[in-house]
Design a protein around this ligand. Structure first.
Ligand SMILES: Nc1ncnc2c1ncn2[C@@H]1O[C@H](COP(=O)(O)OP(=O)(O)OP(=O)(O)O)[C@@H](O)[C@H]1O
Ligand SMILES: [Mg+2]
Length: 225
């Protein structure tokens, strides 16, 4: 098992957004999280990906209990093991595609030349070899999202979390990005956890979790047992 979340709860004032959620995710799985707006999907994803902390409960990834790590150690763990892709790409506008993808490697202390080689490799793989010197504003929405995917991949993380990664894309571009996810998953033996309203993307998953009102109300993995 790659990830184990136990009894996660999260509230904002009187609003309980996550209610005692527990789940386990196996290495190599492709998990889609679906459910209505406000169900708590993004909140769960942020907590699983260590971008937010729960009021109660714990998350273990690679058998490492994370809640007691200092924030510096948590950030280092995240940088090494976890990739994130958001609905809007969150690229840094003043940097080129190549520099944006180099960023996680630079933060981890990789030397400039090695970082550029690695970043170029991943950008080539997502089909952007010809656009690496462009800034985000000169790229299309689908290209920007592929840069964001390359940035999430460049550290060879064990798990990638994506929050509505195709939410801002037209159908054809979304289909291309979905296909890319599947290819990358196979190639790198990645684990993907994706919040999505896109039915094609959910259909690629080998496990679908449905959330409602802060709870997981169905888990397709239960049907396999
Ligand atoms: N920082 C915050 N402060 C207060 N309430 C919040 C905060 N973040 C989220 N919420 C509330 O928590 C609930 C769950 O939000 P969340 O973003 O997890 O939903 P979601 O399932 O991702 O919805 P969507 O499909 O619209 O993205 C919502 O009612 C939201 O308004
Ligand atoms: Mg959301």
């Amino acid at each position: 098992m790659l990830l184990q979340a136990t009894h996660l709860s999260k509230s904002y004032g009187n609003l309980q957004v996550l209610k005692n959620v527990s789940l386990q995710i196996d290495k190599g799985s492709f998990v889609a999280i679906v459910g209505p707006s406000g169900a708590g999907k993004s909140t769960l994803l942020q907590i699983l990906g260590l971008l937010d902390s729960p009021n109660k409960g714990s998350v273990q990834i690679l058998s490492t209990p994370l809640e007691n790590l200092s924030s510096k150690k948590q950030a280092a763990f995240r940088n090494k093991n976890i990739g994130f892709v958001f609905q809007s790409h969150h690229l840094l506008p003043e940097f080129t595609a190549l520099e944006n993808v180099c960023m996680p490697l630079w933060i981890a202390g990789t030397d400039k030349e090695t970082a550029q080689q690695e970043a170029t490799k991943v950008l080539t793989q997502v089909g952007l070899a010809h656009r690496i010197d462009h800034k985000p504003s000169a790229l299309s929405g689908g290209e920007q999202q592929r840069v964001a995917i390359a940035r999430a991949l460049v550290q060879k993380p064990v798990i990638i979390f994506a929050d509505e990664p195709t939410g801002n894309l037209d159908t054809a571009t979304a289909d291309a990005v979905n296909k890319l996810f599947l290819e990358l998953k196979e190639q790198y033996q990645l684990t993907f956890v994706v919040v999505t309203h896109n039915e094609q993307l959910a259909a690629l998953a080998n496990r679908v979790l449905s959330m409602k009102d802060g709870e997981i109300v169905s888990d397709s993995a239960d049907r396999l047992i």
